[in-house]
Design a protein around this ligand. Structure first.
Ligand code: PNS
Length: 160
């Protein structure tokens, strides 16, 4: 089994993330979306909510699983028997941070490879934080996030 982990904060999942998940699911036998539990960063959604939203958005992909993890990504990978980390690259500005992380993960576990997928051009400007900002100021987020999770995002934003 070729198992890949697609890690991130996913607060919330965007169409850019979903596009990477869909493409990775065609290349690997199994893709585990790993949602980082970061006690230092309070997000809009709590971890269980993020997992549920991603499950909802990926329900048509039979080989995609969604799980949360805390601590080092390489330890989660080992636990899941996964050898590849999937990361999406949107722009040159993503490169430096991603390069650094991939080298650190390689240092921590030389058996693990980080594979980068270029974002779909139509989502190259998209980020979870810009989606939250647009939604909180009353802008339309249609086309930016999976259609069926828009009500959950709007409800959360309006309750804040
Ligand atoms: O969506 P994000 O916030 O850019 O994702 C960052 C993530 C979750 C991939 C990264 O923070 C991570 O892997 N954290 C786990 C801690 C870890 O393994 N650190 C060592 C590598 S620098």
């Amino acid at each position: 089994m070729r198992i890949a982990v697609y890690p991130g904060s996913f607060d919330p999942i965007t169409n850019g993330h979903l596009d990477i998940i869909k493409r990775a699911s065609r290349v690997f036998d199994e893709v585990i979306v790993g949602v980082l539990v970061n006690p230092d960063k309070k997000g809009l959604f709590d971890i269980e909510e993020r997992v549920l939203l991603i499950q909802q958005a990926t329900k048509e992909y039979n080989n995609v699983k969604v799980e949360s993890f805390s601590g080092l990504l390489v330890n989660f990978m080992k636990e899941k028997n996964a050898r590849a980390i999937i990361k999406g690259l949107r722009a040159v500005s993503d490169f430096e941070y991603e390069f650094q992380m991939s080298l650190m993960n390689k240092k921590l576990d030389p058996n693990i490879e980080t594979l980068f997928m270029m974002t779909n051009a139509k989502y190259s400007y998209l980020s979870s934080s810009s989606v939250k900002q647009v939604a909180s100021f009353g802008g339309c987020i249609k086309g930016l996030v999976p259609e069926d999770i828009i009500p959950a995002i709007m409800e959360k934003i309006n309750r804040k």
